[in-house]
Ligand binder design. Structure first.
Ligand SMILES: [Zn+2]
Length: 287
């Protein structure tokens, strides 16, 4: 497999969930070998089970029931955005059920979003006043240079061709607009010590795994320059953590504990995990 960023030859890094993740010794980028066409993959993968705890996805135990936790994390992103833009038109890319759009609307932004998942968009449409639509970065049509803020929270690692997608998003961003992205950091302590057990290494939904340098190179290739980096500690529900444990580790104990917690109705319990394994960047168009 050839490196997406530097075109060097990649070598096998780890095998998980039936997929091979490769590592580029030259630049450190890691990538999943998807072995199928990306567009058809996303159409069949991001369906109901992905959001509702089907153990074969290692994704969300219940995206809708975890709204409180997810929104709490999004509020941290929004606080950073407010330092740059107090109002304006916001586009949330990969918006799922539109929680970010809903939050941004309440904070006074003119917010919109889109997601490739028919299921997620249908579920979230009512709470977002019809402002979220089904689409991919390449398929959506908005007026050029019409957004002040574009956000991709835990989205870039799901993209099949992120440089091409970021270049498209740049055409939608105003010249003085900002783009805010969050993804996992493969150089973090958690990534290095947990290795294959690091929950961010989840093929096939995660296709790219970046170091901060890789992420910077990707942005530069797409005509962006980073202006601020930060990290957030995340609120997760007990149900989400146990769902990940049972679906990635396949541990019988985690499976039993998950069932017990759901039975007694304690899945919502919030856990604060300051893992320091993510990186969030605020970027602008390169001058
Ligand atoms: Zn490389």
């Amino acid at each position: 497999m050839k490196c997406y960023l530097c075109h060097g030859r990649m070598k096998p890094f780890l095998f998980k969930n039936g997929y091979q993740i490769f590592l580029c010794p030259a630049c450190g980028l890691k990538a999943t070998d998807l072995r199928e066409e990306y567009e058809s993959f996303i159409r069949k993968f991001y369906i109901k089970g992905y959001y509702t705890g089907d153990p074969k996805y290692a994704a969300y135990a219940s995206y809708h029931s975890d709204k409180w936790h997810i929104v709490r994390n999004m509020r941290k992103f929004l606080m950073h955005i407010q330092k740059y833009k107090k109002t304006g038109k916001l586009l949330d890319v990969g918006c799922a059920m539109g929680f970010m759009v809903e939050l941004a609307l309440k904070a006074g932004y003119d917010a919109y979003g889109f997601d490739p998942s028919v299921y997620a968009v249908t579920e979230g449409r009512r709470d977002t006043d019809g402002r979220i639509i089904r689409g991919t970065i390449q398929s959506v049509q908005y007026k050029p240079k019409s957004f002040d803020i574009i956000t991709l929270f835990d989205v870039v690692e799901h993209l099949g061709d992120p440089a091409r997608d970021l270049a498209k998003l740049m055409t939608l961003l105003k010249d003085d607009g900002i783009l805010v992205m969050a993804t996992g950091n493969t150089e973090s302590m958690a990534a290095r010590t947990l290795r294959r057990r690091w929950t961010f290494y989840i093929p096939p939904q995660h296709l790219f795994f970046f170091t901060r340098k890789n992420f910077t190179d990707l942005m530069v290739q797409s005509g962006l320059e980073p202006v601020e980096w930060f990290m957030i500690g995340k609120w997760l529900s007990l149900r989400y953590v146990l769902h990940l444990a049972r679906s990635t580790g396949g541990s019988a104990l985690a499976r039993r504990f998950f069932r017990l917690v759901e039975k007694v109705g304690l899945g919502w319990l919030p856990l604060y995990l300051p893992m320091r394994d993510n990186m969030v960047v605020v970027a602008q168009k390169s001058r």
